[in-house]
Ligand binder design. Sequence first.
Ligand SMILES: *[C@@H]1O[C@H](CO)[C@@H](O)[C@H](O)[C@H]1NC(C)=O
Ligand SMILES: *[C@@H]1O[C@H](CO)[C@@H](O)[C@H](O)[C@H]1NC(C)=O
Ligand SMILES: *[C@@H]1O[C@H](CO)[C@@H](O)[C@H](O)[C@H]1NC(C)=O
Ligand SMILES: *[C@@H]1O[C@H](CO)[C@@H](O)[C@H](O)[C@H]1NC(C)=O
Length: 433
Amino acid sequence: MSSLVVLLLTAIFASSGAVPSEVVVNDAVNVAVHSTVDLRSQLVHQKNVIALKNLGPADLNSYFFALNEPELRVIVFNNEHGRKLPFKKIEWDSNSSFYEVTLDEDVKQNEKYKLSCMITYANKITPAVKKRTFDEDQLVKFVGNVRFFSPYRTIFHHVEYLLHDPFLEVSKNATHLESTKITYIFYDTHTYAVDRVVIVLVKNDAFVVVKNIQRSIDVSHYGKIHVQDEVVIENNGVRLVGPFSGGKMKATTGWFYTHLPACTENIKFFDILGNNSKTQVYHFIDYITLKFNTRYPLLGGWKSSYVLSYDVPVHEYVLMDEEHYSLQMRALDYVLTDVVIESAVVKIKLPEGAQIKRVILPNSLTLENEGDGSNPDEQIIVLKGVNLFENYISNVTINYSFNPLYMLRVPLVISVLFEGAFLVVLVGKYFVL
Ligand SMILES: *[C@@H]1O[C@H](CO)[C@@H](O)[C@H](O)[C@H]1NC(C)=O
Ligand SMILES: *[C@@H]1O[C@H](CO)[C@@H](O)[C@H](O)[C@H]1NC(C)=O
Ligand SMILES: *[C@@H]1O[C@H](CO)[C@@H](O)[C@H](O)[C@H]1NC(C)=O
Ligand SMILES: *[C@@H]1O[C@H](CO)[C@@H](O)[C@H](O)[C@H]1NC(C)=O
């Protein structure tokens, strides 16, 4: 008997098309899968704890996880002790992919292995209606596959949806129903099972997305790094229509929070109309929190923008060894909790006279060098990213060389000019006399 079972998909269960040829599914079974789907924030966090068993005679050293959800997502696999497992993504079609996860031990025949998979989805909770009036609740819906979609059979599957507020409607009868928890239990789920469930909820918070963030990091060896974020945000929630009824308004936009490094100084927050004083700064031991509000409430369908700027001391982020320098700081920092950043551009300007040696990029961003060329001594590095969420906060490292004498050049030029002028005056005086 062959140890490998090549799965030929039948059209009924597959989302479409044939499985990619690199996917040769090994012989295993999901003994038990416990899924928790957290619908309490704007991003959906799903955790699957999978106990599998090797059925084949050959040792099992990889596991195929399949997903047929088209939404943006970030996925991480861990072993039972929380250590990350490496994986390779194999595209199936526009909505589906396989993840070939490398197990950290060889699982013998009939032995079990436990792993977990954490998925964060963006855009999985969407407005359920097109518009609402000011005194109506915002209805949103979640659509997901309640079954465990897998190339392996699943003997037991327990799935729980966690809600913040009681739901309004659910399209499929649950095994257990509580006001803020919907539970389903399934026995013997076939491969590639799909059964969509729709949950309608009330969520009056703003559905904020960062349409665009332009960050500039200006490194000066005179003591400070100047950071400026120009942020365009939009409320992607249900569009508000009809007369404004201040008193009965259900829409809340609340305060926004962002976090800055503890060493931040000189914080400024403004928008196109100028100083926006609706801010408050809290100093904690490890960080600073800025609480702010946009000048006008960010109601459903509305856009707003703001500029946040601050300084951080250069010695916290630039390591120096003779003429070799290394800038290490977050390319993108915390923006807002649980939001998607649709587009980001980070411009890092090194001091005049710096020579870039090496750039180590964070995963989420790509190098898009620009260096406008107007000043050959000026070094600019441009990074770009799209559809970022979850683990977008990571360091960029730029190694460069810089001659400290360069810094003396500007004052030197000025003093030479002054001395020159003084001389001219003196000489002039001498000749006049
Ligand atoms: C992907 O999903 C969308 C929406 O669910 C559907 O309309 C489309 O046909 C799917 N595409 C494929 C290739 O299955
Ligand atoms: C849910 O259960 C009720 C009775 O308990 C039944 O009348 C109804 O048809 C079921 N709905 C679905 C979607 O299965
Ligand atoms: C903005 O306005 C507030 C209140 O009027 C004032 O306290 C603050 O200093 C101003 N900030 C700037 C940067 O002008
Ligand atoms: C990122 O950079 C900061 C500041 O230089 C440093 O303290 C931190 O250890 C770095 N983090 C990683 C993961 O390298």
